[in-house]
Design a protein around this ligand. Structure first.
Ligand SMILES: [Zn+2]
Length: 673
């Protein structure tokens, strides 16, 4: 039975972009197309009339959420989702795989099924490929999706492989469960970011007789370039005569790139989700209506747009609605964004059909990505000055050695993570020494709190995030709360302009952190917060730490954080909790300050030119079994002879810190006192 009469109409030359049409049980769908996301049988704050008016051809709904609420019996009573929400066009239901494996909370995964607790009434729900299809049949979707095991694209190869194999077995069971129903069913190619797995998955899935093929598991942690490569690898292996759907992607630029690589269908929450934050996608690039520059601006947000919002309201009015948190502001911006996405897809289609795709593609690439520059001063500057300005920002400049970027503070000349590959130092000194990954692999549900003191170019934070994502897979993990402290974000902003040298920043997290001060990965259970300003003040706002990555600039650049008083405050904050502090220095003066403040002090592993670094333990941490080598009598003897005895900023003849070091319990010799 041919369920979607798919007809390829045109393919662009020197590109895989294609225009096609297919027919569902409700309407004809012209591709490429964008499907607004109506997870709970409603597109956030949008009326059906406006969706119809914008030209939406297919809505996306979610099996997992609709199974829990309103429940299958409601769809059976109404004869399906079309009658329930009075939607005359097509509906595609996602299977629920993504939600089951990404939402926090307990779930059990077996070869036969996944089991989880309902967030509505806490009952245990057993969800198998057969149950997913049965639910989607009851919902009455025009296009159903197979149940898959979705893992972040950054997981290790063996984790990605086993999730892919389970997805293949479930795909075959889903197909059998669909039987002779007239509803179409799409298979999903998985395999994370690994080319060999993507190829294997595309071969196995296309051997099964689905009505279309989806690419799943992207837009969850990989870089844009990785996603584009992966998309191209898969579309090359998909049959020409069936629709192709890239799940959960993305920005207008992402859509342009994916169409160029041969994708026909998309869904994404961005148009409505970003509307709530005041962001509009326009033919001039993104506009952020939270910016004060828009306060009195006349005219529509997008002069090229014909939507209700653009025909009716000025930028100044939309700006005002954002300012006063008026919900109609979200609705109006969401309406425009959905309209913009759908209009963009129609324009792409027109260029493919007209044979002008490639020039359109090249002209739009940078435009769609353009940052909001409205109201910012522009000056005539020379190319050389521009280059120089780009490599500098505020107090910082980028220097490159053997293809690796470093950030230098220009006044002091101090370089972050000098003498090493910064990513390697971050892994070794901070992530590995703290046993971060192992400490998250417990059933405990209290978050493990890591303080990242001195975000810098996010070397330590990203090393932590990448290590945790790579190990998380589908296993139960303790949540991680990562709190970064920074008083000057220029280092990170500068490094983000040069990701070819700062490879650890090719990830969605750092930009999200800069714009929202928070980034969350539900699947890997990571919550990353940014506290800007003085560490001395802001540390009191953060939950008490289990682990501290203490990596600010040294005393000569960043004096205040290294003083005895600063360490005393820190010691007080972790006096009730086993906390471990890792820092790159092994300066006698810093160790003395930590000891005098009440930390136990141990030798840390060496890095680059340094033979040693330093670990501080709060008294409860020192009282627990640990394998750190505490400084002993030998160090104390050297300290007595040193001319750098005093903690930074303390007077040399102050007896209080002197006695506190000598009498520190870590130097007490049992039996001799
Ligand atoms: Zn508009």
């Amino acid at each position: 039975m041919r369920r979607l009469e798919f007809k390829l109409e045109a393919t662009a030359s020197d590109s895989r972009a294609r225009a096609a049409r297919f027919t569902t049980r409700h309407n004809e769908v012209l591709t490429p197309t964008f499907m607004p996301v109506g997870t709970h049988a409603a597109v956030r704050s949008q009326r059906r009339e406006d969706l119809l008016e914008s030209g939406a051809q297919v809505l996306l709904a979610n099996t997992y959420h609709l199974l829990l609420r309103p429940g299958v019996e409601i769809f059976e009573k109404f004869g399906g989702i079309h009658a329930f929400m009075n939607w005359p066009r097509s509906v595609l239901t996602d299977s629920g795989g993504f939600q089951i494996f990404s939402l926090p909370g307990s779930r059990t995964l077996r070869a036969e099924y996944a089991e989880f607790r309902s967030y509505v009434d806490n009952t245990l729900v057993r969800f198998s490929p057969e149950r997913s299809i049965e639910t989607q049949k009851a919902i009455g979707a025009d296009i159903m999706m197979v149940l898959d095991q979705c893992v972040p694209s950054t997981v290790e190869h063996h984790v990605a492989r086993s999730a892919m194999q389970l997805t293949h077995r479930w795909a075959s069971r889903s197909l059998a469960a669909r039987g002779d129903s007239a509803q179409a069913l799409f298979g999903i190619v998985q395999g994370a970011r690994y080319e060999d797995l993507r190829i294997e998955s595309a071969r196995v899935i296309t051997d099964m007789a689905f009505d279309g093929y989806a690419i799943g598991g992207l837009a969850v942690g990989e870089s844009g370039a990785q996603r584009e490569d992966c998309t191209a690898t898969v579309t090359e292996l998909l049959p020409q005569d069936l629709p192709r759907y890239l799940m959960g992607v993305g920005t207008p630029r992402d859509l342009l790139e994916a169409v160029h690589r041969g994708v026909d269908m998309f869904d994404c929450i961005l148009p409505t989700a970003l509307a709530r934050q005041g962001v509009a996608f326009t033919s001039l690039g993104r506009r952020d209506l939270r910016r004060a520059a828009y306060r009195g601006v006349e005219g529509p947000i997008d002069p090229a747009c014909g939507c209700y919002t653009c025909k009716t309201h000025s930028i100044a009015y939309l700006f005002h609605l954002q300012r006063v948190h008026e919900t109609s502001g979200w609705q109006l911006l969401g309406l425009h964004n959905v309209h913009f996405y759908l209009q963009l897809m129609r324009t792409m289609r027109a260029h493919i059909v007209a044979g002008t795709w490639l020039s359109f593609y090249h002209a739009q690439r940078d435009l769609l990505d353009a940052r909001d520059s409205y109201g910012k001063p522009s000056a005539l500057i020379t190319r050389a000055a521009l280059r120089k300005r780009r490599s500098r920002r505020g107090r910082y400049e980028v220097i490159v050695r053997e293809g690796v970027g470093f950030i230098r503070e220009m006044a002091s000349g101090e370089v972050m993570h000098v003498g090493n590959d910064p990513a390697e130092e971050a892994r070794s000194l901070y992530v590995e020494q703290s046993r971060l990954v192992a400490r998250l692999q417990t059933l405990e549900d209290q978050p493990l709190v890591v303080w990242d003191v001195g975000l810098g170019a996010a070397g330590n934070a990203m090393a932590s995030i990448l290590a945790v994502e790579a190990s998380s897979g589908a296993r139960q993990a303790r949540p991680l709360t990562l709190v970064s402290f920074e008083n000057d974000l220029d280092a990170l902003k500068l490094a983000l302009d040069h990701t070819r040298w700062f490879k650890h920043l090719r990830h969605a997290a750092p930009r999200a952190l800069l714009s929202d001060y928070r980034w969350t990965n539900n699947r890997a259970n990571i919550d990353w917060l940014l506290l800007c300003g003085d560490f001395a003040l802001r540390k009191f706002e953060a939950p008490a730490p289990d682990i501290i990555f203490f990596d600010p600039f040294s005393f000569k650049t960043d004096a205040a954080v290294w003083t005895l008083a600063a360490f005393r405050e820190l010691a007080r904050l972790c006096r009730h909790k086993p906390a471990e502090l890792f820092t790159y220095t092994y300066s006698t003066s810093v160790r003395a300050a930590m000891l005098a403040a009440g930390f136990y002090v141990a030798k840390g592993r060496g890095t680059g030119p340094k033979a040693e670094t330093t670990i501080g333990l709060s008294p409860p941490a020192a009282a627990q079994p640990h394998d750190h080598e505490l400084l002993g009598a030998e160090w104390l003897d050297r300290w007595r002879r040193s001319d750098a005895q005093a903690p930074f900023g303390s007077l040399a003849d102050d007896a209080s810190w002197h006695d506190a070091v000598i009498q520190h319990p870590q130097f007490a010799r049992p039996g001799i006192e």
